[in-house]
Design a protein around this ligand. Structure first.
Ligand code: ADP
Ligand code: RBF
Ligand code: MG
Length: 370
């Protein structure tokens, strides 16, 4: 019987591709391990920061069993953070292992393999040294006990904040594929919108568009469009939190929480996403706000009439030459800028950008070549 002890280490963040090992984790032992790619033969100058830190971990840390939090990137992972029991070392029970491996056993059931995906790990504590066991039966017993030990250890309050570490739930950058048909269901203040949503028809998904919260520029009365950054202020954070609370009451869940890359939108989306941990987090560059060209950063009171005529002409699709800003897209085209596909079907998505009120769209899912 191995003795286990929880020894905290300076937390290590690792991101690496999942590669094939000797194929015996699941088959022979019943414990699949997602072996990390370690580029032993490359020169340090050829390696990315991430690759270097993975290799450094294997070179500089004690071999043995560690506990960690981890997430699998991509649709399969669903940006969920799981507890992990991880082995790093030579697998001394076997004599065919030629290089140290880093092998997390993720304490979660996956329906499919995820070779080739990237895995993120936040390694937090050392548990025990690796041991050369006399039999695979004994090894299996100890791995199972390691899993229980890590499962329990990772539940202690000292680790709670690490499970929420943003490193483990990155915002993915996505291209916006076209939406084929969309229908505005309603456009009204939040509560009424949510209450008046008609049932979702088969073949449709729901798309919510909503504005980010208040920013410093909003508060001070400066025009802040697609070419200007401004942070959420305290009021803006409160608004985003209230939005999240109202959505929690009214919506079953989101498949995706999306946002433009603008800081005010990201900040708002982060607050909503925290309340919908199962949703994928997606950033869409193309979702930026309308650009006001020369008017950006001006005092709204001074440029109000220009601003109004500008957005009117934008709505009519004739913005082209005005101020070197956004292309003259019709609202319908603009609406089609939202990502679809790759996301779980039939579920609502939420995007935070500039729509002034919460809009509920029903989006028909066509047969996209995307
Ligand atoms: P290999 O020797 O190729 O690593 P394994 O039997 O250890 O073979 O299988 C590991 C593979 O199984 C991983 O690369 C991953 O794609 C998949 N897998 C499925 N569920 C898990 C899990 N809970 N933890 C780790 N890997 C898993
Ligand atoms: N291999 C060993 O040879 N000795 C060990 O003590 C050992 N402990 C492990 C503990 C855990 C939690 C895990 C996931 C793996 C461990 N392994 C150990 C590695 C094991 O041999 C390896 O995952 C399989 O051979 C599949 O690659
Ligand atoms: Mg493995």
């Amino acid at each position: 019987m191995e003795t286990r002890q929880l020894s905290f280490i300076t937390p290590v963040r690792l991101r690496a591709k999942v590669v094939h090992g000797y194929g015996r984790g699941s088959k022979q032992l019943g414990f699949p391990t997602a072996n990390l790619e370690i580029r032993w033969d490359a020169d340090a100058s050829q390696l990315s920061e991430e690759e270097l830190s993975v290799r450094d971990f294997a070179m500089s840390h004690r071999t043995g069993i560690y506990c960690a939090f981890g997430s699998v990137e991509g649709p399969l992972g669903g940006q969920q953070v799981h507890k992990v029991a991880m082995s790093m070392g030579w697998n001394p029970t076997f004599d065919d292992v030629k290089a140290k491996t880093i092998e997390p056993w993720i304490l979660h059931h996956f329906d499919e393999d995820f070779y080739g995906s990237h895995l993120r790990l936040l390694v937090l504590a050392y548990v025990r040294p690796e041991v050369k066991f006399e039999s695979t039966e004994q090894l299996k017993k100890e791995i199972a006990a390691d899993g229980e030990f890590c499962q329990a250890s990772l539940s202690i309050p000292e680790f709670a904040a690490f499970q929420k570490d943003p490193f483990l739930t990155p915002w993915e950058v996505q291209k916006p594929p076209a939406i084929f048909a969309s229908q505005i269901v309603t456009s009204a203040p939040l509560k009424e919108t949510l209450q008046s949503l008609p049932p979702l028809q088969p073949g449709f998904a729901r798309l919510f568009l909503t504005r980010h919260g208040e920013t410093d520029a909003n508060e001070q009365g400066f025009l802040c469009g697609g070419d200007h950054e401004s942070q959420l202020n305290a009021q803006g954070e409160k608004q985003a939190e209230e939005l999240a609370q109202e959505l929690l009451r009214s919506v079953d869940g989101f498949a995706v929480v999306g946002s433009s890359e603008q800081r005010r939108a990201m900040g708002s989306a982060e607050l909503v996403a925290q309340r919908f941990p199962a949703a994928r987090r997606v950033r869409v560059k193309e979702l930026h706000e309308m650009k006001y060209g020369d008017l950006e950063g001006a005092r709204i009171a001074d440029v109000r009439s220009d601003m109004i005529s500008l957005s009117q002409s934008w709505r009519q699709g004739s913005l082209q030459e005005r101020v070197g800003g956004e292309r003259g897209e019709s609202p319908e085209d603009r609406r089609s800028n939202f990502p679809r596909r790759r996301y779980v079907r039939w579920q609502p998505w939420m995007f935070i950008n500039r729509a002034v009120e919460l809009l509920g769209y029903q989006v028909r899912l066509g047969h996209s070549p995307f």
